[in-house]
Design a protein. Structure first.
Length: 242
């Protein structure tokens, strides 16, 4: 039996904010972030780099990086209350992100009162991100094979609605009027996925950059390079695994 033809790329997704259109005074936007990795870079650079970071600061690689816990120095990240350790951790995390090769695709929707109560901002952002993902893969000559897009599960109803919307867009209801070779994967919140952890780190800084453009935002400075000038080194053909 022949295996399906899979692309040399994979995508991990996370969001920041609530998808309901009602304004939230503390964070009046919704952000969806896609992280597009070449599988070779992911195997050889990204995942090992994340493991090295975890072993250095935790002594094991079972901890899952969450932007909220890091920001609040809570849970496994309570050691970040120490200013010296916090500075060292952020330096190493930023260095890891800067040196890894991937692209960030995102959509930030401001909750400015212009949306109807029935609108789902997640689905609106999903359409935009999938369309840009298609264009990015087309530029890499990689729209002939199946690319998996990994989401974190949010709940049975939400996941079902997301998959329906994903498949509607990918079936040809998009600005290209083409079928997209994308397949959604719904991952448990408990899974220790490096790709999902990268995506989790990026969504909120993107939103803050939109809401507070004049505020210092080191995380977004790094992310912006992954949006504008990403390096995604990958040759076509078989995955380079020894």
């Amino acid at each position: 039996m022949n295996l399906p033809e899979f692309s040399d790329y994979i995508v991990y997704v996370d969001e920041s904010g609530h998808a309901a259109p009602e304004p939230d005074p503390s964070y009046p936007c919704f952000v969806l972030a896609f992280c597009l990795f070449g599988k070779n870079a992911y195997i050889r650079q990204v995942a090992p780099g994340m493991q090295r970071l975890k072993f250095a600061f935790f002594g094991h690689d079972m901890v899952v990086l969450h932007e909220r816990e890091i920001r609040k120095s809570s849970g496994d990240f309570s050691f970040l209350r120490n200013p010296r350790l916090r500075e060292e951790f952020h330096q190493q995390l930023n260095r890891l992100i800067e040196t890894c090769h991937f692209k960030v695709i995102s959509e930030c929707i401001l909750k400015d009162g212009g949306h109807q109560p029935h609108e789902n901002l997640y689905h609106m952002a999903l359409q935009s991100c999938l369309e840009e993902l298609y264009e990015s893969l087309a530029a890499l000559n990689s729209v002939q094979k199946t690319t998996h897009v990994v989401f974190e599960k949010r709940g049975k109803n939400e996941d079902q609605l997301l998959e329906l919307e994903f498949r509607r867009i990918s079936s040809g209801e998009n600005r290209h009027q083409k079928a997209y070779p994308f397949v959604p994967i719904m991952a448990s919140k408990k899974v220790n996925s490096t790709g999902l952890q990268f995506a989790d780190l990026f969504a909120r800084p993107i939103g803050l950059a939109k809401l507070r453009p004049n505020q210092a935002n080191r995380a977004y400075e790094i992310i912006r390079e992954k949006q504008l000038n990403p390096e995604i080194p990958l040759t076509q053909g078989e995955l380079d695994i020894p």
